[in-house]
Write a protein that binds this ligand. Structure first.
Ligand SMILES: NC(=O)c1ccc[n+]([C@@H]2O[C@H](COP(=O)([O-])OP(=O)(O)OC[C@H]3O[C@@H](n4cnc5c(N)ncnc54)[C@H](OP(=O)(O)O)[C@@H]3O)[C@@H](O)[C@H]2O)c1
Length: 234
């Protein structure tokens, strides 16, 4: 008998997170969908009616240490090991030179960088010995490519560059020697964050990333990859 694969996705109630939920449910995986507010997750709740045995919806705010702690208690109760964890939750901020505020930088880093690091620390013991940890990064996090420097994307771009550093450092630790840890850029996608001018639809981006994730092996650990599976420059 085939054992069902398990995936945990953060920021799962809309955008790419919800796209990942749909993708893995369609593949008959057990999906843990983590959301800030279960009440507001109407689409997830209707998916739950369709997949009551495969979908678990859990509250998780990755910028809140208490919320991460509460989730870690539940993880022990579930006594489950994940084949795949996708650190997808993220916020995008735009503030031009001249308007920069400390709060914008703090809030952006709290979700996109610190939240990912602290949640990864908690989830790591619950990843299968041959599992995968995928940090959703961004092309804007590439220092070498320095995309659109005239925009006010500094806090976001810096938070993703720091997330890339975190990914590489985590992948280099003995605790992750058996799993694959990568930073994965989804491309520019039509979500609330990406806007409607983006070239990729959610199913297109998820389809591409799904293939990349499926093909990840130990040689990819610690790398920064595009949605096509190409290595991106740091
Ligand atoms: N769309 C693009 O073009 C693009 C490009 C490059 C990278 N990315 C990355 O892809 C990921 C998903 O982005 P998206 O386009 O799907 O964005 P989105 O439509 O804005 O969705 C963001 C998701 O993150 C959740 N979230 C925000 N703060 C959170 C927190 N503190 N704790 C838990 N969840 C939180 C949101 O929950 P709520 O609904 O509760 O706010 C929402 O579910 C992000 O990491 C983003 O940086 C996106």
């Amino acid at each position: 008998m085939d054992v069902k694969k398990t995936v945990l996705i953060t920021g799962a109630n809309r955008g790419l997170g919800l796209g990942f939920v749909r993708y893995y449910l369609a593949k008959d995986w057990t999906v843990f969908a983590c959301v800030r507010s279960e009440k507001k997750s109407l689409e997830l709740r209707s998916l739950f009616n369709e997949y009551p045995n495969n979908l678990v919806i859990e509250p998780l705010d990755v910028s809140d240490a208490n919320s991460i702690d509460a989730f870690s208690v539940k993880l022990k109760e579930y006594s489950i090991l994940f084949d795949l964890v996708i650190n997808n939750a993220g916020v995008f901020t735009e503030e031009n030179l001249g308007d920069w505020k400390i709060a914008t930088f703090e809030n952006t880093f709290k979700v996109n960088t610190f939240g990912v690091a602290l949640f990864s620390q908690v989830i790591l013991p619950f990843i299968n010995s041959s599992g995968k940890l995928v940090n959703i990064s961004s092309g804007l996090g590439s220092i070498e490519n320095i995309i659109n420097p005239e925009t006010g994307f500094e806090a976001y771009a810096m938070s993703k560059a720091a997330l890339n550093m975190f990914t590489k450092r985590l992948a280099s630790k003995s605790e992750t020697k058996d799993i694959v840890v990568v930073a994965l850029s989804p491309g520019w996608v039509q979500t609330d964050m990406g806007g409607k001018d983006a070239p990729l639809t959610i199913p297109e981006a998820i389809g591409k990333m799904g293939v990349v994730i499926e093909q990840l092996t130990s040689i990819h650990s610690g790398k920064f990859l595009s949605e096509e599976g190409d290595q991106l420059p740091w």
